[in-house]
Design a protein around this ligand. Structure first.
Ligand code: 8YV
Length: 325
């Protein structure tokens, strides 16, 4: 084991492993015949981990097995599968891939909005089923002139707001605090914002702090003409409450790219005609996934050269030295 060897605990997109392996020695733990025995032997010598996806939790129990761990470079902007607070307290830097996926995800957010409001997947299914010669597709709700409430006005939320403005929507937002210089109305209460908007766009980070923020009360507030769009994390929405709201007409429709227990989507949701369901494809273009993978590599290469990480998460600010001899 050399000082700049990198451990990738779980399989994900090939491009991430391939790009890292082009620059640094990479160990793919899932390919080891006995991963646990491999870790027992090598973990004490390892200083870097590359997290390729959200399935493998990088929790204190795992990080404790690597006493010289210095960096966890994660693929993706969301990093709720990593205990970044614990990492920060133990001098470990966590990096993620912000910025490079904002436009791609915002495009999908608007696509889902149009699909859900104008019932485009249903209209396409209608044509393919040979229904058109028999009757016209039923008229739908409209998008223009409505209000979009954005839960989480971060980089992706702002990219969505820009697009939504050009579709003629009014924008309001809810988050932990009002942001200076932002031209949109801030709602300190999510439940109040839900009552005031027609389209509730979920764009906040996952993790325990935001778990099930969108509950039955918020959905009731959104009302029978309301539409829920989620491109963030399934954990932000009470999925059972959403299924119930869609089933009873408490809200009009939903457009989802993310689910509580991916890749498993509840059969009740799949059965609902007023739910538009995508398989977590927000950032899934060749160009954007490659840019995200490159960001992981750039952070690891900076680490290997003793330079500051490029995109550390706020919980693990750079402390000025890696301590590598
Ligand atoms: C990816 C994402 O699907 O960046 C994120 O947080 O959810 C997506 O862009 C994910 O990172 C792939 O594992």
């Amino acid at each position: 084991m050399k000082p700049h060897d990198v451990l990738m605990p779980s399989e994900g997109m090939d491009v991430v492993a391939d790009l890292i392996a082009g620059r640094l020695p990479l160990h793919r733990l899932w390919l080891e015949p006995d991963p646990d025995a491999w870790l027992a032997q090598w973990a004490p010598a390892l200083r870097a981990v590359a997290s390729n996806g959200h399935q493998f939790p990088i929790d204190p129990a795992f990080m404790r097995r690597l006493p010289h761990l210095e960096i966890v470079a994660s693929f993706g902007v969301g990093y709720e599968h990593i205990d970044a607070k614990w990492a920060g307290e133990h001098g470990i830097v966590v990096t993620h891939t912000p910025g490079v996926l904002d436009d791609e995800v915002a495009d999908i957010a608007m696509a889902l909005t149009l699909m859900a409001v104008r019932r485009l997947p249903q209209a396409e299914r209608f044509l393919r089923a040979g229904e058109w010669p028999k009757s016209s597709f039923p008229l739908t709700a409209s998008l223009g002139g409505r209000t979009m409430g954005i839960l989480g006005l971060g980089r992706i939320g702002k990219a969505i707001a820009l697009r939504a403005e050009s579709f003629g929507l009014d924008i309001v937002y809810h988050g932990r605090h009002a942001q200076p210089g932002v031209p949109y109305r801030f709602y300190p209460s999510l439940a109040e914002m839900a009552k005031a908007c027609d389209i509730l766009m979920v764009a906040a980070p996952g993790g325990p702090e935001t778990r099930r923020l969108v509950d039955a009360e918020v959905l009731r507030g959104l009302g029978p003409d309301g539409v829920l769009i989620n491109i963030a994390r399934g954990t932000l929405v009470d999925e059972q409450a959403l299924i119930e709201a869609l089933r009873t007409g408490a809200i009009l429709a939903a457009g989802l790219d993310v689910y509580e227990n991916e890749p498993n989507v509840p059969a009740e949701l799949i059965a609902l005609d007023n739910a538009v369901l995508l398989p977590h494809v927000g950032s899934a273009s060749v160009k954007t996934r490659r840019a995200m993978a490159q960001c992981v590599v750039d952070n690891l290469v900076a680490w290997s050269e003793g330079k500051p990480p490029l995109t550390p998460v706020p919980e693990t600010p750079w402390r000025g030295s890696w301590g590598i001899d």
